[in-house]
Design a protein around this ligand. Structure first.
Ligand code: MBD
Ligand code: FE
Length: 277
């Protein structure tokens, strides 16, 4: 961290909480009688996590769901969920209805994700932006598991809802995700006797100038691992049952060759606190 870039409120907060964090770890070392050798092994382990570019993954797997729970306590509207390590800013801006960027032969089954974005007061949010990202039908995220050059922003987009807050996004059903199992994070999970799986999901960050931003995920109700997510991030109101459309005219109109799944969700965003006049 570059101290000169930390603003003064953040410095004040850091001075308050960092010593507490260190004390918490020292207390752990005393209680568990951590040996010098164990300490050196832990340092080496964390170096390997960083060298293999898994620091984000490692922290998000073990800690982000708790941060989300604390940070969203008492928040009205649609439930929040963790961002995870695979968000990329700057995805193509698309106007609803749209198809997410994809390859000529995108694996898996097509899906149409639609719904509305409203304030928690029920008013439609004209022009709300849904920044969507997801794994493909083979569990790969673009920019991380599919090279950037091969398929830039594959299955990612910043989708603008219409004047009534409605959106319709054509994409593909994402596969069940598994955390890389030949890296240090996967090795640790194996030692802990935990599987490296996340249930199938799609991520979205919603923004509108009058509302608090919302980062969340939707989970498909037919997916395995809903009750044993390695990240522990699943929340019941975010589990959605997929539908299916097999009407030939509708399939043809969308340029598809097979029936498609449907995912419907209506989002509600809390308003920002009105500024004092
Ligand atoms: C993922 O796809 C994810 O969403 C999270 C939170 C952690 C690891 C992989
Ligand atoms: Fe994910």
């Amino acid at each position: 961290m570059n101290a000169s870039k930390v603003d003064s409120a953040a410095r004040e907060r850091l001075r308050d909480v960092f010593p507490d964090l260190v004390e918490t770890l020292k207390d752990f070392i005393r209680r568990r009688e951590v040996s010098h050798e164990e300490y050196r092994q832990a340092v080496e382990f964390l170096c390997r996590v960083a060298q293999q570019d898994e620091l984000r993954l490692f922290l998000d797997v073990f800690l982000e769901a708790t941060v989300d729970q604390v940070d969203s306590a008492g928040r009205p509207g649609t439930a929040t969920c963790v961002e995870g390590p695979y968000y990329v800013a700057g995805a193509p801006v698309l106007r609803s209805p749209c198809v997410l960027p994809h390859r000529a032969s995108e694996p898996g089954e097509p899906m149409v994700f639609s719904g509305t974005v409203r304030g928690t007061d029920g008013e439609p949010l004209s022009g709300a932006v849904l920044d969507v990202w997801q794994a493909d039908g083979a569990a790969a995220y673009s920019h991380f598991h599919i090279p950037k050059e091969e398929a830039p922003y594959n299955l990612r987009g910043q989708v603008i809802a219409d004047e009534l807050g409605r959106f319709e996004i054509q994409t593909w059903v994402s596969a069940v995700c598994h955390i890389r199992d030949n890296g240090p994070t996967g090795e640790l999970l194996a030692v802990l006797g935990r599987h490296p799986m996340r249930p199938a999901h799609i991520h979205v960050k919603l923004t509108h100038e009058t509302c608090l931003p919302l980062t969340t995920q939707l989970y498909f109700s037919n997916s395995p691992y809903l009750d044993s997510d390695v990240v522990g991030a699943v929340k019941a109101p975010l589990i959605v049952q997929l539908g299916k459309r097999d009407d030939p005219a509708e399939i043809a109109r969308r340029g598809l060759k097979q029936p498609f799944h449907t995912l419907r969700y209506d989002f509600a965003l809390p308003r920002r606190l009105a500024k004092a006049a």
